[in-house]
Write a protein that binds this ligand. Structure first.
Ligand code: AMP
Ligand code: MN
Ligand code: MN
Ligand code: MN
Length: 272
């Protein structure tokens, strides 16, 4: 329920990802690119040919106060005009941000050209991932991890935040588009205060199963989901570029009925 394609910062095309999902034995797959739904048509078509259940998804960058959190949207109508408008504007802001990050790197003495970053991005969506890959390819840093540690990580010397997009607005937009909003990988950065704010803003579910969660964190978030009557989802956050990705795809899964329950929740929201 949580994967990336080359439409954002993943490696595989949507069709190749669907094939891979089938090969590892998955019965259902959601593609959840960062602030981007460009891969959904190709993914849905490829899934239909192989008999895989395909779920429309997106991973929205949203804010709670000045904190960035990631909201997974599912089951929305990909043709919803308001959603399309938001994503187009956000991608433009991402491009401008990438230009600013490159300018910061240049001010730090690194002769990285913006074209080298664009060459790493297959689609329009540009993420720090692509800047990190360009830094490695240009020989400016030894490894991808160093690119983040030295320059790109949050509040690092070349970091530029994304525009503010309040979670409450994002949840209202997903609901208007017939979908649900689920907090991605809360174990990454999310404080309990932020989680409670999200719940009061209309959050529908929590991604309890994720490679960043050990058994204790998984149980912790499962209990919160039960207490607040929230849906539970899970996924590998597959990008295809990280050492653990291939082992994780097909391993961080949820039982199929949990997917169906989430689908029914989205349908119920549309009816009310
Ligand atoms: P962006 O959405 O442009 O801020 O880029 C975020 C992406 O960069 C994430 O989805 C990860 O794929 C990657 N990323 C963020 N922080 C790190 C980090 N500290 N080390 C490695 N990759 C990271
Ligand atoms: Mn990513
Ligand atoms: Mn994320
Ligand atoms: Mn992700």
């Amino acid at each position: 329920m949580h994967t990336h394609t080359c439409c954002s910062d993943g490696q595989l095309t949507p069709a190749a990802l669907v094939d891979k999902a089938r090969a590892v034995g998955l019965h259902a797959l959601a593609i959840t690119d960062h602030d981007c739904i460009d891969g959904l048509v190709e993914g849905a078509e490829a899934a239909q040919q192989t008999g895989l259940t395909f779920v429309s998804g997106v991973e929205l960058s949203v804010t709670v106060g000045d904190k960035e959190v990631h909201l997974l949207g599912y089951f929305f109508d990909p043709a919803h005009p308001g959603l399309g408008e938001h994503l187009a504007a956000f991608q433009k802001a991402r491009q401008e941000r990438a230009v600013q990050i490159v300018a910061r790197l240049q001010a730090l003495g690194i002769p990285l050209a913006f074209e080298a970053v664009q060459a790493q991005a297959h689609g329009e969506a540009i993420a720090r991932t692509h800047i990190a890959l360009a830094l490695v390819e240009g020989g400016h840093v030894p490894t991808y991890g160093d690119a983040f540690e030295w320059y790109l990580q949050d509040n690092g010397p070349a970091f530029v935040p994304k525009p503010q997009y309040p979670a409450r607005e994002a949840l209202a937009l997903l609901h208007d588009a017939g979908g649900i909003g689920v907090l991605a990988h809360p174990g990454h950065w999310t404080s309990d205060a932020t989680l409670h704010t999200l719940i009061h803003a209309g959050l529908d579910g929590i991604e309890t199963i994720h490679p960043a969660h050990d058994d204790m964190l998984t149980q912790y978030y499962r209990q919160i989901a039960r207490d607040f009557v929230l849906l539970e989802t899970g996924g590998s956050d597959y990008h295809g570029s990280r050492p653990d990705d291939d082992g994780n795809l097909g391993k961080y899964t949820i039982p199929y009925p949990r997917l169906e329950r989430a689908r029914r929740a989205a349908q119920a929201l549309g009816v009310s």
